[in-house]
Design a protein around this ligand. Structure first.
Ligand SMILES: [Zn+2]
Length: 317
C-alpha cells in the first residue's frame, strides 16, 4: 500500500518580495518536478504595517498555496541556534528578536517542529543541492554573489550549520589582510567589522565599486557584456575579481576539501568571466586536491523557496 502524496510549502522572504511554491511528493517519495516548478507565486513583503501584519499575510500565503502540512521559510538574517530566534536582519529589522517559526506555527495551527525557518543562503544551497546544479552531488558549497556573499555547506547530503548555525560563512573569510602599519582602504572594512572579507572584493556590490574605482562601466550587466565581447580592461577586472574569489575558494578548499562549488546570485551569472581568475588562484597551490567543479546555479530566484520546502519535507522524517 502506498502512502498518500505529501505536500509541503516553501517560502522565501526577501526585502521586497516573498516567493513561494509547493512541492508535491509523488508516490515514489520523489518530488513531482512539473508540479514543483510551475506554480511559483509571490506577494509583496511590505513591513509598513508591522511584523504581526506580515506574519498574518505569510500564514495566509502559505494556506493559499495549499499548506495544511509542513512549511519552510528562508529569511535573510542571522539566527540564534539552537532556538531559531532571528537575531539580525538588515532588510527586515521589524522581525528581529522574533521566533518566526513559533509565530507561524501558531497562526497555521501546526506543530512547531513542522515549521522550519533558516537563513536565505542555507535554504538556497539546500534547494540547488536537491533539484538544481548540485542534484546528485553529496558534498558542496554554494556561494551567492549579490549585495554580499551568502554561502551554505552541504556535507554528505545534509546541510551543515555548525553548533551555533554560522558555519561556512565564506563571504566573511579574510582574503586581503591589512599590512601591519599599512593604510586601510576604507571600502575593504566589512560590515562585520573585519578587514578584507571576500564579500568586500567579489560580491556584486564590490564589483561595482571596483569598476567605478577603475573608471569603467558600473552597470554590471554592461560591464560583463563588454568583457565578453573583447579583451581589455573590463575582462582584466573580472579576472582580478575572479582571482580574489579564487583566494577565498583556495582557503575554503584547504579547510574542508571541497570538490564542488555552486555559484549563484545575479553576479554569479558571469561565472564564465570569473572562472579564469578563480582557476589561476586555485592553481597556485599544489597539495593534491583535484581542481574543484565550478557549477553555475540553475534554479535562479526559486532556489530559496525550493530549499525551504525541502526542509519542511525533512521535518516529516
Ligand atoms: Zn565580513
Amino acid at each position: 500500500m502506498s502512502a498518500a502524496p505529501r505536500t509541503v510549502v516553501g517560502l522565501d522572504l526577501g526585502g521586497t518580495q516573498v516567493k513561494g511554491g509547493f512541492v508535491l511528493e509523488g508516490e515514489d517519495g520523489k518530488p513531482d518536478l512539473d508540479q514543483t516548478l510551475s506554480r511559483v507565486v509571490a506577494i509583496d513583503t511590505n513591513l509598513d504595517a508591522g511584523a504581526d501584519d506580515l506574519l498574518d499575510r505569510l500564514a495566509g500565503f502559505a494556506r493559499e498555496l495549499g499548506s495544511d502540512g509542513p512549511l519552510g521559510l528562508g529569511v535573510p538574517g542571522v539566527f540564534e541556534e539552537p532556538g531559531g530566534r532571528l537575531l539580525r536582519s538588515a532588510n527586515l529589522k521589524a522581525l528581529e528578536g522574533l521566533d518566526l517559526g513559533a509565530e507561524l506555527a501558531r497562526r497555521l495551527d501546526l506543530p512547531r517542529e513542522h515549521v522550519c525557518v533558516d537563513n536565505d543562503a542555507n535554504v538556497a544551497t539546500y534547494g540547488e543541492q536537491w533539484l538544481g546544479a548540485g542534484a546528485g552531488i553529496q558534498d558542496l558549497i554554494m556561494l551567492t554573489l549579490g549585495t554580499g556573499i551568502g554561502s551554505g555547506l552541504v556535507i554528505n547530503g545534509h546541510l551543515y550549520k555548525g553548533p551555533t548555525g554560522k558555519a561556512a560563512e565564506v563571504g566573511h573569510m579574510v582574503v586581503r589582510s591589512l599590512p601591519v602599519n599599512g593604510t586601510e582602504d576604507p571600502y575593504l572594512r566589512c560590515g562585520c567589522g573585519a578587514y578584507g572579507c571576500l564579500e568586500r572584493l567579489a560580491s556584486a556590490s564590490a564589483a561595482i565599486h571596483r569598476a567605478q574605482a577603475a573608471g569603467l562601466e558600473t552597470d554590471l550587466g554592461k560591464l560583463c557584456g563588454l568583457a565578453r565581447a573583447q579583451s581589455g580592461p573590463e575582462r582584466e577586472l573580472l579576472f582580478e575579481i575572479g582571482f580574489d574569489l579564487g583566494a577565498g575558494l583556495l582557503a575554503t578548499t584547504a579547510a574542508l576539501d571541497v570538490t564542488c562549488y555552486v555559484i549563484g546570485g545575479g553576479f554569479g551569472r558571469s561565472l564564465d568571466l570569473l572562472e579564469p581568475g578563480i582557476r589561476a588562484a586555485l592553481a597556485e597551490r599544489d597539495y593534491g586536491h583535484a581542481p574543484p567543479r565550478l557549477l553555475p546555479a540553475t534554479l535562479g530566484a526559486s532556489a530559496g523557496w525550493i530549499g525551504a520546502a525541502r526542509m519542511a519535507l525533512d521535518s516529516l522524517g
